[in-house]
Design a binder for this molecule. Structure first.
Ligand code: MRU
Length: 361
C-alpha cells in the first residue's frame, strides 16, 4: 500500500538518542523534522500535537520511556523500575483521552515487571532490560503498520468502487506509524482502482482535516475535497457520501467511542441520512476497563485555539465571553454501524465482539 514518500511520522534515532518526529503543527506549509532528546521535549511534542493521533502518541511514548532509561546507572531492578515509572508517569500526563498512550506505556512496563525479570531480582541484567525495552518499542511500531494494513483490508470489504467517503480529523498515516486507520482502506482502494471521492472535514479548532488529511491524501493522489465542518450535512444531503470513516481515541466496552470533537455531529448526521458510520480502531484503542463513553476522560484545551491561534487578530471579544474547548466528543454506540479493527468487523451489540477482538490481541 503506497502512501506519501514525504511523510514519516516518527522514528527512533538510536545514535543521536533522539525521537525524530515530523512537526505536525507546521504542516502543510513546512515539512520539518524535530529530534527530541529530553523527556520534556517529548512531553511537549505530545501535548502540543507536534506528534498526535492515538497510535502515534503511544509509539512516541514507548520510545520516550526507552530513551529515559537507556543510559540508566541503576544497578538493581527496583531502582531501574523506579526510574522507568517516573518517566512513564510523566509522559502519561501529556494527554488524557487516547488510551493508546497508556496501553503502550503499560506494554513497556510489562517488559520490566514480567515474571522472569522479577525472579532474577536484584541480579537482573540492566543493559539486557534496556535492549528488551528497545525491542518492545520497535514491536509496537511494527505491529501498528501491520494492524493498519489489516484494518484497510477489513474496511475495504465494506466499500464499493466510486464511493464518496467522508472523514473527520486526521486518522491517517500521520496519526500512526503508517497508513492510518480510517485512511488505510482509502490508500488500499487507491491502489486497487476504487476511485473513492473523499470529503475531509476541516475539523476545527486545530484543523487536522484541512492541514493533515488533505495533505497526505493529496500527496498520495487521492481525490480529496476539503469542506468546513458545517458543510457535512450538505454533502450528505446531496447524496455524495456513501460511508463515513473515522478513527478513534478510545472505544469503551459498550462501543461508545471518543474521537476528535465534531465526530458526534457527523455520526448523528450520518444516522439521519442513512449513511453507514464506520469507526476504524486498532484493538489497542479498545478499552474494556472503561464501561461506557461517559467514563472516558475528555481533554479540554486552551481556549485560544478557538478564537486566536489561526488568526492575525482575535476572532472573539476576549473579555466577557466564556470559552469551552473540548478536544474530543463521545459518539454513543447507537450511531455506529461497525467498529473495524485488525481482527475484523464488530457490529452491534458491540460488547461481546469487542471482548473477542481484545482476547485475540
Ligand atoms: O487531537 P488529535 O489530533 O490527536 O486527535 C486525533 C484523533 O481524534 C484521531 O481521529 C484519533 O486519534 C485516531 S488516529 C488513528
Amino acid at each position: 500500500m503506497s502512501t506519501s514518500p514525504l511523510i514519516e511520522t516518527l522514528r527512533l534515532d538510536d545514535e543521536q538518542d533522539a525521537l525524530v518526529i515530523i512537526d505536525q503543527t507546521l504542516l502543510p506549509n513546512e515539512v520539518r523534522y524535530l529530534s527530541l532528546k529530553t523527556q520534556s521535549q517529548i512531553w511537549e511534542a505530545i501535548q502540543q500535537l507536534r506528534v498526535r493521533g492515538a497510535p502515534a502518541i503511544g509509539i512516541a511514548a514507548a520510545y520516550g520511556v526507552y530513551l529515559a532509561v537507556k543510559h540508566s546507572t541503576a544497578n538493581d531492578h527496583s531502582t531501574f523500575l523506579d526510574e522507568f515509572r517516573q518517566a512513564s508517569r510523566y509522559l502519561a500526563s501529556a494527554r488524557p483521552t487516547a488510551v493508546n498512550l497508556f496501553w503502550a506505556l503499560q506494554r513497556m512496563e510489562d517488559v520490566i515487571t514480567s515474571s522472569a525479570v522479577i525472579t532474577a531480582g536484584a541480579d537482573v541484567d540492566i543493559p539486557q532490560l534496556v535492549t528488551a525495552l528497545r525491542q518492545e518499542a520497535d514491536a509496537i511500531l511494527a505491529e501498528d503498520i501491520q494492524t493498519n494494513q489489516a484494518i484497510g483490508e477489513n474496511a475495504l470489504a465494506l466499500l464499493q468502487v466510486g464511493d464518496g467517503l467522508l472523514t473527520h480529523c486526521n486518522a491517517g498515516g500521520l496519526a500512526t506509524a503508517r497508513y492510518g486507520t480510517a485512511t488505510a482502506p482509502i490508500y488500499l482502494g487507491q491502489e486497487r482502482g476504487y476511485h473513492f471521492k473523499v470529503f475531509a472535514d476541516e475539523t476545527r479548532p486545530l484543523l487536522q482535516g484541512a492541514r493533515l488529511t488533505t495533505f497526505e491524501l493529496a500527496q498520495a493522489g487521492v481525490d480529496v475535497t476539503l469542506i468546513c465542518d458545517n458543510m457535512a450535512a450538505t454533502v450528505m444531503h446531496n447524496g455524495w457520501v456513501q460511508a463515513v470513516l473515522v478513527g478513534c481515541d478510545r472505544v469503551a466496552a459498550n462501543g461508545d467511542t471518543a474521537n476528535k470533537i465534531g465526530t458526534l455531529g457527523v455520526a448523528v448526521l450520518a444516522h439521519e441520512f442513512g449513511i453507514p458510520f464506520y469507526v476504524c480502531a486498532p484493538s489497542s484503542t479498545i478499552d474494556l476497563a472503561t464501561a461506557n463513553g461517559q467514563l472516558i476522560p475528555i481533554e479540554e484545551r486552551n481556549p485560544e485555539e478557538i478564537y486566536r491561534k489561526w488568526y492575525q487578530t482575535p476572532m472573539a471579544p476576549e473579555q466577557g465571553v466564556k470559552f469551552y474547548n473540548p478536544a474530543f466528543d463521545v459518539t454513543p454506540a447507537k450511531y455506529i454501524s461497525a467498529i473495524i479493527s485488525e481482527y475484523g468487523i464488530a457490529r452491534p451489540p458491540f460488547e461481546p465482539a469487542l471482548r473477542k477482538m481484545k482476547e485475540q490481541g
